[in-house]
Design a protein around this ligand. Sequence first.
Ligand SMILES: NC(=O)c1ccc[n+]([C@@H]2O[C@H](COP(=O)([O-])OP(=O)(O)OC[C@H]3O[C@@H](n4cnc5c(N)ncnc54)[C@H](OP(=O)(O)O)[C@@H]3O)[C@@H](O)[C@H]2O)c1
Length: 329
Amino acid sequence: MTSKNVSGLRIFLAGGAGVLGRRVIPLLVAAGHTVVATTRHAARTGPLRDLGATPALVDVLDAAALTEAVRESGAEVVMHQLTDLAGGDLAANAALRRDGTRNLVDAARAAGVRRIVAQSICWTYVPGAGPAREGELLDLGAPEPRRSTVAGVAALESAVAELPEWVVLRYGLLYGPGTWFEPRGLRAAEAREGKLVAGADVTSFVHVDDAAAAAVAALGWPAGHVNVCDDEPAAGLDWAPAFCRAVGAPAPPVSGAPANPAARGADNRHARRDLGWTPAYPSWREGFPALASDRDIPDTGYFGTISNGRVEHYRGGHDESIPVRGKAR
Ligand SMILES: NC(=O)c1ccc[n+]([C@@H]2O[C@H](COP(=O)([O-])OP(=O)(O)OC[C@H]3O[C@@H](n4cnc5c(N)ncnc54)[C@H](OP(=O)(O)O)[C@@H]3O)[C@@H](O)[C@H]2O)c1
């Protein structure tokens, strides 16, 4: 199995203003690609331009507007970095995975796009011993609310596979600037309130910079599913105390009992050995302490400071602008 370096592509990036999208744009531009990036917020179009992308103001749930936007972009590749997690609504996120991906794949096909790279997650495998490999099944028979999450992931992944060339990136839990796992993030706030419990469930993490690098590399990867997570799936009993230290929270309360029998982490050998993806943070053991250096950086808003086409010091969740509904303007 081989991966190749590619350059000079025209890319339609759905979800350009999200935590991964805004990290990916400067990398794509630096690699010689041209990027058209979506947002529903007029206030986010300026920062997208500053990052080097041409903004497309469109809601992916508006199929007609999306079809027009993809065709107008002249894209050769679609990159799917859509989630609906800013409000923490998992049902809305599952619906976006199902309906938004359907629209995106239909729009890509209508525009003659052959290749898609899509964001998925690595914690929807069937229960089993040890970290999951890509060939294992998704946990479609899980009880709710997990069942809806798995169904959303399955719908996304099967729609994406309708294009001739597709790569599904099954990411670990994101941490780093702009995510829930950083000093100003949701989980750090919970940790400071004593609500982040160190339990037996096993999680695979990935730093947001390593996740973004994988998305760019995947433009040259062969079709398939790829676990994009670090080398060390770990129980909360191990990682939660390290995270609390990094974000300046007291030691977490401990519970030895597993809360989710399907929690098992994922195996990244395919990405590392077959595809040559090399994370800068091979483990959360190195990545969490790096978060500590962000603790004293002032909050500079949703996009942070954009300097020389790169986002610096950004923080998620501080954009109060109203999304467009319906047709793109
Ligand atoms: N694997 C993981 O662990 C993982 C993955 C993703 C996110 N997260 C967590 O979720 C938190 C929130 O993520 P986020 O900041 O990326 O925000 P988000 O609300 O999940 O949005 C992500 C992207 O999807 C786009 N989007 C959502 N609904 C859309 C629609 N109907 N039409 C067009 N675009 C749409 C957003 O565009 P707009 O600009 O229009 O809003 C944005 O670009 C992060 O802090 C992160 O920790 C975790």
